[in-house]
Design a binder for this molecule. Sequence first.
Ligand SMILES: Nc1ncnc2c1ncn2[C@@H]1O[C@H](COP(=O)(O)OP(=O)(O)OP(=O)(O)O)[C@@H](O)[C@H]1O
Length: 365
Amino acid sequence: MADAIRIDARVAAREVELDLVMGEGELVALIGPNGAGKSTCIQLIAGALRPDRGTVQLDGVTVAGPGVLVPAHLRRVGYLEQRPLLFPHLSVLENVAFGPRSRGSSAADARHRAEAELVAVGLEGFGPRQVRELSGGQAQRVAIARALAIDPEIVLLDEPFAALDAETTPELRRLLRDRLRGITTVLATHDPLDVLALADGVAYLSEGRVALQAGVDRVFQSPATRFLADFVGLNLLHGGVAGDAVELPGGAVVAGIAESPLSGDEARAVFPPEAVSLFRSAPHGSPRNELSAVVTGIEDRGLAQRIDLDVSGQRIHADVTPGALRELSLGLGDKVIAVVKATQVALHPVGEGPRLLRVDSREAR
Ligand SMILES: Nc1ncnc2c1ncn2[C@@H]1O[C@H](COP(=O)(O)OP(=O)(O)OP(=O)(O)O)[C@@H](O)[C@H]1O
């Protein structure tokens, strides 16, 4: 089977030269500093930018290359940007129906499809509304419905939550997670929570190149560069789903708050280093997560001391005060109990099967 996305292309004016391969149904997050080339990569796939050298292939078909340029509207690519960019003179329904209509659906089919997509993003009955009547979050939902109404083979998300307030974002992440299952997706983001909630893999871009492409777990557990370590800033433990908790390979169970239902076999527990307290022996009688750990590193970071820990073969960090470190008199190789309150742990499901909304116009009628 052909790769869903294969880019080996150079954009000279931007000093960008990208080499990226993605499999079908994969969701890869593009991360990297400002100007690293994330948007350029998305524009190459969308058809908004032409490479000077090399090729862009989608599903085995060369859409850009020497003598070839398939225009954006002939690529099956859904595109979601920071701003929803809806047509202000069209109703909500007309905005969503525009894509299927311009790709040849009858007016009735396009309308039914748009109605179904609006229901799927939680906006049933919003069809007749004007775009200006929508909140920022609602407008972005309409943009999601519009992007998916064309049955895209690929979805591009360029910082899709950056313009939304913090309260709207988790809900939209859940919605996208649900709606994008099984669709090859490229997500450019500066937010590690987007990566954790949505991505299978990470492509780290630096100075116009893909410097690293790896699974989310690997990037979070052993970030290979200072940028990645700062970007990640969070602990991640991978394990099996045990009821509504995560069971680590060593048998320890980590309870937390599920961001979305733990429906698959595997899950991740995510928590910040400052949520970890260290003890020499188990502090009994507390309803908290207790993990046996070994100290593998101690770094003086000024106000906080960063302790690297090995928990059943996985790496986490604890940030403790210099006073606490002195009191514990920790050294490399010491065994400790790392305690984390369940309320500070977010649980994310991993690797569920595809679930796509494909509305058959005959059924919808
Ligand atoms: N429209 C443009 N015209 C010319 N150069 C551009 C244009 N857009 C981006 N560039 C340049 O191309 C390079 C890659 O930028 P790009 O926007 O792809 O980075 P990015 O990783 O998306 O950055 P950010 O995180 O700031 O969005 C940068 O050197 C940038 O200055």
